[in-house]
Design a protein around this ligand. Sequence first.
Ligand SMILES: Cc1cc2nc3c(=O)[nH]c(=O)nc-3n(C[C@H](O)[C@H](O)[C@H](O)COP(=O)(O)O)c2cc1C
Ligand SMILES: O=C(O)C(=O)c1ccccc1
Length: 386
Amino acid sequence: MSTPADFQNEIYLAGLGDVLPGFPTDLTKLEDAARDVLSARAFGYVAGSAGSERTARFNREAFDRWRIVPRLLRDVSVRDLSVEVFGRRMPAPVLLAPLGVQGILHADGERATARAAAELGLTSVLSTASSTALEDVAEAAGTGPRWYQLYWPKSRELAASFLARAEAAGYEALVVTLDTFTLAWRPRDLDGAYLPFLRAVGVQNYFSDPVFQEMVGGPVTDANRDAALLTWVAQFGNPALTWDDLAWLRERWNGPILLKGVQHADDARRAADAGMDGVVVSNHGGRQVDGAVASLDALPAVVSAADGLTVLFDSGIRTGSDVIKALALGARAVLVGRPFAYGLALGGETGVRHVLRSLLADLDLTLALAGLTGPADLGPDTLVRA
Ligand SMILES: Cc1cc2nc3c(=O)[nH]c(=O)nc-3n(C[C@H](O)[C@H](O)[C@H](O)COP(=O)(O)O)c2cc1C
Ligand SMILES: O=C(O)C(=O)c1ccccc1
């Protein structure tokens, strides 16, 4: 049986025939590689963050303040990266974060991502702002596990329609992103006066939706495209949402619901009180609140407060050791964002597969060399403060 670490041997053996991996294996170098193949605007959109981009930096620095303490002689010959999340066994504690507008990265966009994830059995989370309609991405994913991420629009009818479509298309869990009811002040995009949506990328779930079409008086054509885009702008986010609105959502989604963007222990408690099943501790990769706490620094308090909730983590995961640190601090699994986006830009489905296999191989090898056989071995003892 092949293990994640076998990818290492595969690379070395291919080298005997002078075949090189073709993509960086140091996943912190993907950003530089992607810069060379993307337009300046598309690259800026993905790599950029809010304001001075301090919080994106804090996310990475927070990982560097924790160090793994390797242990010896513990028989790590049999390893198992799998974790159980909402009753389903995931082959590794890694999901693909919801990333909208993947069409600016590669023509195959979310479909390529879904195929690469499905091949490895990893769960991919599809954004409401995907550049391909959720039904078409589901078809590309086949039997691959998939979750749906909701950007909760102003109209409840439209929200209900998204939920019904996602359920019908086999999305198992719902991730409700609450930190992005509007985009933050993002200088890279502002300086280039660039918004993918205004170029009609990332609006396909809306344009294909019967409720949305009713709002714009019929199917979206060249004739009403500008009006449809303005309707999108008006509908996208709802800054008036409160905790009371979650009851409405809870009634309309039968599967697990996770709130994404949680950074405070009280918000985790409120999520539990509102009947939610989990939270994603995330600061949106530093793209929303400039100056916000590093997501990793917010994690332990949320874990302590999140009685009975499944706690996932994202923002800043780049390497196997980062996954180990987030799990040791209490996350059940992590979501990875920009790294697979850069893989997509570099090589479509092949590029995403390379990134995912590299991350899992790095995780498997680092775990073993630290004297650990799987996620269950991880805890406070695994780490020390630098
Ligand atoms: C280009 C881009 C698009 C994103 N789009 C979405 C989205 O549509 N929905 C969402 O919930 N989060 C979105 N995010 C945030 C990611 O889900 C995730 O929280 C973040 O990328 C994690 O940080 P990382 O990139 O450092 O791994 C996006 C992030 C990027 C970089
Ligand atoms: O760019 C983002 O971070 C993001 O979350 C988003 C929001 C709306 C549409 C596409 C992506």
